[in-house]
Design a protein around this ligand. Sequence first.
Ligand code: AMP
Length: 190
Amino acid sequence: MNIILFGPPGAGKGTQAKMLCEKYNLLHLSTGEILRNEIKQNTELGKSVKEVIESGKLVSDEIIIKILNLAMDNSRQDNLSGYLFDGFPRNIDQANLLSSLLESLKIKIDCILLIEVDEPILLERILSRKMVEDRSDDNKEILASRIQVYSQETEPLIEYFSANHVVKKVDGVGEIHEVNQRINNALEGF
Ligand code: AMP
């Protein structure tokens, strides 16, 4: 099974993605997580994206495609049952790039999953996540920029994909296990 996960920052994508990947034996392709690891390890790549991430803007498509290809290549031998794209694609150019990548690899997306959460709750969640994860882009000002980028560049992709794909929308408000149950219900039959 191959899934693309959408949702605004703070919707709980990372947490739900991990649970889904375990359940369905999928590779969790989180471009944000890969970039955060690069920053943590202080690599050249990490240094080059730190400022952009801390402004809440998008990293260049070129860098994103490079890290994505690498992560997919490294997973070839892993006997996985599919991919879960989390945080990619983020704009129309990335969506087009993903479509051609999937076509060349003969991979079909089974479902587009959208976790929906209203803005005031996103801020609450981001602020409490900051206490636990200490993400440098989790604060009120950067969140506003991330939400703006999401609604202008990423959210329109739901419409883009809905032409040829099944889109499942899930209410992301509630406890982790409740949201997880809704997602499992939405994915029944795939
Ligand atoms: P995330 O963990 O998905 O919320 O991503 C954190 C940050 O990493 C984003 O605000 C962007 O600056 C950067 N990022 C992650 N994925 C992408 C992507 N697909 N395209 C561009 N920037 C990205």
